[in-house]
Each structure stands twice: as structure tokens, then as C-alpha cells.
Ligand binder design. Structure first.
Ligand SMILES: C[S@@+](CC[C@H](N)C(=O)[O-])C[C@H]1O[C@@H](n2cnc3c(N)ncnc32)[C@H](O)[C@@H]1O
Length: 235
């Protein structure tokens, strides 16, 4: 939002000398306006679409609530904290790479968990979703939200689901939400679900969350959440 806005303003100034620059200037300013509006739609103080996306995942989890939970790509810790509050008998671990392009960090997660009163039942550590630092079958519930498409060190994003399932114990539950309808990233949904089944999963189901009523039309672009989907199941 800031970058296209700044470029747009610079181009407007330059267009005084070179009027043709008005065209790209307007395009950049429109893009900045769109991203500002999208920010408002996602934000808790705006339309809180982000909160509804977390709820879509959490509400679909089918799990008894006792044991170890893993949140892959935990960001600010918001989903991990939600899970810790929802399941008072669970221990929740959040992992994230916390790269430079995100303002999140391990310290932010720990602070947020402390503010929300779940510090004792949460742990956060730096790791890549492509190589989780846990033995096979370490967790009873594994979740991930809007992370896999961001993982740069995994050319085949489908393998990130397999890595998540590797650390899930037999009989444990999983809920992965991402831009699963982005065909160039995940291929056809039926093929993806078939691959997941072939990795030793007992039950799996695709839930088309991109059509949920809480997603406004303005966010239905493929690179926003217009290709959002949820894959849930039991190993
Ligand atoms: C759109 S944010 C989602 C954060 C969080 N899951 C949520 O729902 O609020 C994407 C997250 O993916 C994380 N990420 C990017 N590459 C990663 C990697 N290789 N391993 C783990 N996390 C990664 C980013 O740091 C960022 O926190």
C-alpha cells in the first residue's frame, strides 16, 4: 500500500514535466487505494475478515482437546493463542520463519500469549515449514493458516502438507487453510486430495472457504483470498 502510493505520488510530481506519466501515476494510486481498503477489510478494527478466516478453520476442527498442537507459520501467534484458549488442556507450539517481509517475531508471539493469559501453554520457535524440527508423529493436532503459499524454500507447496502430516500422530487431526484453489501452486483439488489420502491419511475433506459469506467481493482476487480453501481430516 505504501510503495504503490509513494511511486504514484512521485510520478504525479514528475508528470508536471512529462504529462504521459499521469497514466502510470493514476494506476499506482488506484493500487494503493485498493490495498488500503483491503487492509481495512482484514483488520480487527475494520471488517475483521482475518478473524473470520481463523474462525473458519478453528470451527471445523474435530479434536478432543487434550495433547500437543502445532501451528505452522504462526505469524503473530494469533491462531496459536486462539487454540490455546479454546483447548485449555492443550500445549500449543507455533513455528514460523519470521522473515524480513513480515513484522511478526517470536518476541511478538510470546508477548501476545502473555497478554492473553496462555503463556504457560504456548511455545514459539523459528523453523521452516519445509523442514519441521520435530520427530514423526509428535503432535495430536496440526494446523496451518495462509502460510504454505508463502514458503520460498519449497518449490512444490504440496510437500508442505506432507511435512505437516509427518509430525501428526496416527489418529490425530489436521486443518490446513491456504490458497488451495490456486492451480499453478497446488494443481487440481481432486488430485491434491488423492495425494493426501495416499500419504496414509484415514479421512480428508476439502471445504471451499473462498465462497464463505464473510469474504467480501473486493477480496476475491486470486492473490488475496479468492482462492481460499480448507483441507481437514484425520491421519
Ligand atoms: C499470511 S501470514 C499468516 C500468519 C498466520 N498463520 C495467521 O494466520 O495469522 C504468512 C506467514 O508465513 C510465514 N512464513 C513464510 N515462510 C515460511 C516458512 N518457510 N516457514 C514457516 N513460516 C513461513 C510468514 O513469516 C508469515 O508469518
Amino acid at each position: 500500500m505504501l510503495i504503490p502510493g509513494a511511486i504514484g505520488l512521485v510520478l504525479i510530481l514528475l508528470s508536471v514535466a512529462l504529462p504521459i506519466l499521469v497514466i502510470p501515476a493514476v494506476a499506482f494510486l488506484l493500487a494503493a487505494g485498493y490495498f488500503a481498503y483491503a487492509h481495512y477489510l482484514f483488520a480487527p478494527r475494520g471488517k475483521n475478515v482475518q478473524g473470520s478466516i481463523w474462525s473458519a478453520l478453528v470451527d471445523r476442527i474435530d479434536w478432543g482437546g487434550k495433547g500437543n498442537v502445532l501451528d505452522i507459520g504462526c505469524g503473530s501467534g494469533a491462531l496459536s493463542i486462539r487454540l490455546a484458549k479454546r483447548y485449555p488442556e492443550a500445549m500449543v507450539t507455533g513455528v514460523d520463519l519470521w522473515g524480513k517481509q513480515w513484522e511478526y517475531s517470536k518476541a511478538t508471539c510470546e508477548l501476545n500469549a502473555s497478554i492473553e493469559g496462555v503463556k504457560e501453554r504456548t511455545a514459539f520457535r523459528q523453523a521452516s515449514a519445509s523442514k519441521l524440527p520435530f520427530p514423526d508423529e509428535s503432535f495430536d493436532l496440526v494446523v496451518s493458516n495462509l502460510t504454505f503459499h508463502e514458503v520460498k524454500d519449497a518449490p512444490d507447496k504440496r510437500l508442505l502438507l506432507r511435512e505437516g502430516l509427518r509430525v501428526l500422530r496416527k489418529g490425530g487431526s489436521f486443518a490446513f487453510q491456504d490458497l488451495f484453489l490456486l492451480k499453478r501452486t497446488y494443481g487440481e483439488m481432486d488430485a491434491l486430495v488423492a495425494s493426501i489420502r495416499s500419504w496414509g491419511v484415514t479421512r480428508t475433506e476439502f471445504v471451499d472457504t473462498h465462497n464463505a459469506p464473510f469474504i467480501p467481493k473486493a477480496l476475491k482476487l486470486p492473490f488475496m483470498v479468492g482462492t481460499l480453501g480448507l483441507i481437514i481430516g484425520v491421519k
